[in-house]
Design a protein. Structure first.
Length: 250
């Protein structure tokens, strides 16, 4: 038998309703989902095969993928944002391209990225990168450009080197705006990593959700959704605590 969604092809060459679909009776209740949660957590650190890893490993893969893409995007965005914010001519030249690229869904880049790097693992990281770079880039450029000129004048009078101006004047002055951009980028990256794993078939929480759907295990799909939410809350809470360390008063 060959299965294809709702319809199956029989050995005689005909077609019939896929009996596996009978598993789906509707949205499972809380008890069914709770049983699934207990089952998955009970095998959280178990590896049964190449593509059958416990939820703890899947969360680790997703967080690692997310972290690599987000950190890389943050570094690149802050560097470029500072350069654009300090040079109005350069900003005016580059800004039209930013406005064109910014609205493009990061998933739209996936085929081109996969063709270029030819590695699903790195493609997923680059999708996260594309999701995270634009908000931080835009807010950093705005924050640096909005710095009070008095600060830069004082730095010039004190004859501070460019690097000292950067980490003693520019970055501290623009820090609140940069952090706001990082918060937006953080959410965008977290939203992008799950569908990237689904489409690329890379082990992670998104992959779990897709596999559970293919197995017609709706309780498993709900479990995967809950995991995404819990991971998101934990990561967001940790990020907010780090961001809270950046304080600046006029």
């Amino acid at each position: 038998l060959e299965f294809n969604g709702d319809i199956m092809r029989t050995a005689e060459g005909g077609y019939a309703w896929n009996p596996e679909k009978e598993k789906v009776k509707g949205v499972p209740g809380p008890l069914a989902v709770l049983d699934k949660v207990r089952s998955e957590l009970g095998e959280a650190f178990v590896k049964k095969g190449t593509n059958d890893h416990g939820i703890a490993y899947l969360v680790l893969y997703t967080v690692t993928r997310f972290g690599a893409g987000f950190l890389a995007a943050s570094v690149v965005a802050i560097i470029l944002g500072v350069l654009l914010g300090l040079n109005k001519v350069l900003f005016q030249a580059v800004n039209p391209f930013i406005q064109i690229l910014k609205p493009i869904s990061p998933l739209a880049w996936m085929p081109l990225l996969l063709y270029t790097v030819k590695d699903p693992k790195w493609t997923a990281v680059l999708v996260v990168f594309m999701a995270a770079i634009w908000p931080t880039l835009a807010t950093t450029a705005f924050g640096v450009n909005s710095l009070r000129k008095d600060y830069l004048h004082v730095a010039a009078i004190l004859q501070l080197s460019w690097f000292k101006r950067l980490y003693k004047v520019i970055l501290p002055g623009a820090a609140p705006t940069i952090v706001n951009g990082l918060r937006i980028s953080f959410g965008s990256a977290l939203v992008a990593v799950v569908p990237a794993e689904m489409l690329l078939g890379e082990l992670g929480v998104g992959y779990l959700s897709w596999i559970e759907w293919n197995n017609l295990d709706i309780a498993g799909v709900i479990f995967a959704i809950l995991v995404v939410g819990v991971v998101g809350v934990i990561l967001d809470s940790g990020f907010n605590k780090l961001a809270g360390l950046v304080t600046y008063q006029e």
